[in-house]
Write a protein of this length. Structure first.
Length: 291
């Protein structure tokens, strides 16, 4: 049984967002102020990904359900200068997170983290952004998290430790076959994926989590990709962002950050806090009692 204090004082995540340009972005390692899409008592929001379609901006997130203690995937839309409250769009009987959305050959896909289902799999949009169907399994029987695509290769974080902190950076080709040069980094606390790759001042950047000292949400590393082709993969550190560099519109102290996203105008981080949530204790006890 978990200590009572861990049941009623929970870690939770909000989404922080702001307008940016490449001369005014958190990627350069400077301090920035973010507005917030706030959690409610039932759901908190993490692992943001942005997708633009027909001039509209959509935000996909993990919605962690305090009743079931499982993550589902949700969508929000940017309207009138704010993001709407997310609504669930994909629910499974296992935990889902990291809803990486992309377009390929005229179709829209989502490749979330399905670590608890031991695979990397795609969902295809049937009626974007609300309806999705399972499309295909890319890689079976793998212990990976937080996968993204770069230049046709799947960049996946293979879990080394049971606490999900130490990872190998594994590279799979477009057919889901691990490349001969994979893993390119082993047992690292600074390589776990933290969002979609992007272009910044003519550089390709891969965000990664700072999990050093077992600290989930310790910060972000922005890595410049120096090679990603059939001969190999390599990257070098470009900049870092620590939680204290993220200022909220409420001036509330941020205790962690671990995912970054950007569209053409908006950049986003997820931000960790702690709160008193007595409803959570009630939901957990009710669940254990089978009510």
């Amino acid at each position: 049984m978990r200590p009572i204090k861990d049941l009623i004082f929970e870690e939770y995540w909000n989404i922080g967002y702001r307008f940016y340009n490449d001369d005014d972005t958190v990627v350069d390692g400077s301090q920035k102020t973010f507005n917030q899409l706030k959690a409610n008592s039932r759901y908190w929001y993490a692992d943001p990904f942005l997708f633009e379609l027909n001039g509209e901006t959509f935000l996909f997130v993990e919605m962690f359900d305090n009743i079931t203690e499982v993550g589902v995937l949700g969508v929000s839309k940017f309207e009138n200068g704010i993001f709407t409250e997310p609504k669930p769009v994909i629910t499974e009987n296992f935990h889902l997170s990291y809803p990486y959305v992309f377009e390929k050959n005229g179709k829209i896909y989502m490749m979330p983290e399905t670590h608890e289902d031991s695979c990397i799999q795609l969902y295809e949009a049937v009626n974007f952004p609300d309806e999705w169907k399972k499309s295909e399994v890319i890689v079976k029987d793998v212990n990976v998290v937080d996968t993204v695509i770069e230049n046709g290769f799947y960049l996946a974080s293979t879990i080394c430790e049971s606490n999900d902190m130490s990872v190998d950076l594994s590279i799979f080709d477009e057919n889901g076959i691990e490349t001969p040069f994979s893993p390119v980094y082993c047992g690292r606390f600074d390589k776990r994926g933290a969002g979609q790759t992007f272009t910044y001042k003519n550089m390709r950047i891969r965000p990664a989590q700072n999990c050093e000292n077992g600290n989930y949400g310790g910060g972000l590393f922005f890595n410049k990709i120096t090679q990603c082709d059939e001969k190999g993969y390599s990257e070098e550190l470009f900049s870092t962002v620590e939680p204290q560099q993220i200022i909220t519109d409420e001036k509330k102290q941020v205790q962690g950050i671990h995912t970054y996203a950007r569209s053409s105008k908006i950049e986003i981080v997820d931000i960790k806090f702690k709160r008193f949530n007595l409803k959570r204790l009630f939901w957990i006890l009710k669940k254990k009692a089978g009510i």
